[in-house]
Design a protein around this ligand. Structure first.
Ligand code: ZN
Length: 343
């Protein structure tokens, strides 16, 4: 494994960065979980929190995700989480983020979605206006295994908050649970209301999931999509139709998605297919997915890509891609892209 030099890290840090695949709940830091557990008088201690945050595989990740997010019970909790998230993103030089909210889970827990949304959105807005946090827009995510009807409700809520900063509708969860056909109606409704469309696909599922997300759901960007490496037809579709993949390397490593797609055991991060997908001409973006749970940052994901054999010039292109394929107005896009060093 080659190490990344200090000069290279400085160059990476100086690049304007955008997160396109980032779950707000995945930014729940151990300290915040502990504070929320105390607020709700749930007996736990630092040792338990730390041990739960030490991940070994997908089922443990789901376990942690369920446990940590069980302390997000009211608007004030989401506001506190947003406060942590804005500060963390700002520290890494992230100037723009499209943050995914697991609205499917909020509905399952019978929470007031718009109450939560306005509380957290206002925190991000305040930071953006003060120059202490990134500009943020939101993606409302449904959970695949919860079924078509709850997904439709998430799409309706996204549509009702479209003018308040929600720009896209997406789908996450277990790819092997229900076929994507079931979600056609929810995606159609979202599109009719002017929302952009994204979907998690080809993370642990096969390349056909990526093709279906494009053909059936009309997804404009694919979350993960690394299964495409197993199908030259799907790679060609992505490259020819300029459909970006939101690649999250460390997430793929820690959830075992990398092992699944490479049909390997304990594959190293250096074997991640990011480089091959990029060289195939697919628009690649890099994100962190659930950085607090995967103990990573966008800077570290960029450094990991260097260790996979990409150059600084490649990473400039990849970081530009994030703005190129962000759901921004043309004027905003131009402003962000103008901050890049001249080629
Ligand atoms: Zn995700």
């Amino acid at each position: 494994m080659t190490t990344v030099s200090r000069e290279t890290l400085t160059a990476l840090r100086a690049l304007p960065k955008a997160e396109l695949h980032l779950h707000l709940e995945g930014m729940l830091q151990p300290q915040r979980v502990l504070a929320l557990a105390q607020k709700y008088s749930v007996p736990t201690d630092w040792d338990e929190v730390r041990s739960r945050y030490t991940l070994r595989g997908f089922s443990q990740f789901l376990e942690l995700y369920k446990w940590a997010t069980s302390f997000l019970r009211e608007a004030a909790d989401y506001a506190a989480l947003a406060e942590d998230a804005a500060v963390t993103l700002h520290e890494q030089g992230v100037v723009y983020a499209e943050i995914t909210l697991s609205v499917g889970v909020m509905l399952l827990r019978k929470q007031n979605v718009s109450g939560n949304f306005f509380a957290l959105r206002n925190v991000f807005r305040r930071h953006a206006e003060a120059g202490t946090g990134p500009q943020v827009q939101f993606i409302f995510d449904a959970v695949r295994q919860f079924g078509a009807e709850p997904a439709l409700e998430v799409a309706r809520l996204a549509a009702s908050l479209h003018n308040e900063g929600v720009i896209a509708f997406g789908l996450g969860g277990d790819e092997l649970s229900l076929p994507l056909q079931e979600f056609r109606k929810a995606y159609r409704l979202a599109a009719e209301h002017g929302l952009h469309l994204v979907a998690h696909a080809g993370e642990t599922g096969g390349p056909e999931q990526v093709q279906d997300a494009i053909d059936i759901l009309r997804a404009e960007r694919i979350g993960h999509g690394i299964a495409a490496i197993r199908s030259s037809a799907v790679m060609n579709t992505l490259a020819n139709r300029r459909i970006p993949l939101e690649v999250c390397p460390t997430s793929n490593l820690l959830t075992n998605a990398l092992d699944i797609q490479l049909n390997a055991t304990h594959a190293k991060l250096e074997r991640h297919p990011l480089r091959k997908l990029f060289r195939h001409g697919i628009p690649i973006t890099i994100s962190t997915d659930d950085p607090a749970m995967f103990h990573t940052s966008l800077l570290e994901e960029n450094a990991a890509a260097l260790r996979m054999g990409l150059s600084i010039a490649d990473l400039v292109a990849i970081n530009r891609n994030a703005f190129q394929y962000a759901f921004l107005s043309d004027a905003e896009r131009k402003t962000f892209l103008g901050q890049f060093p001249a080629a």
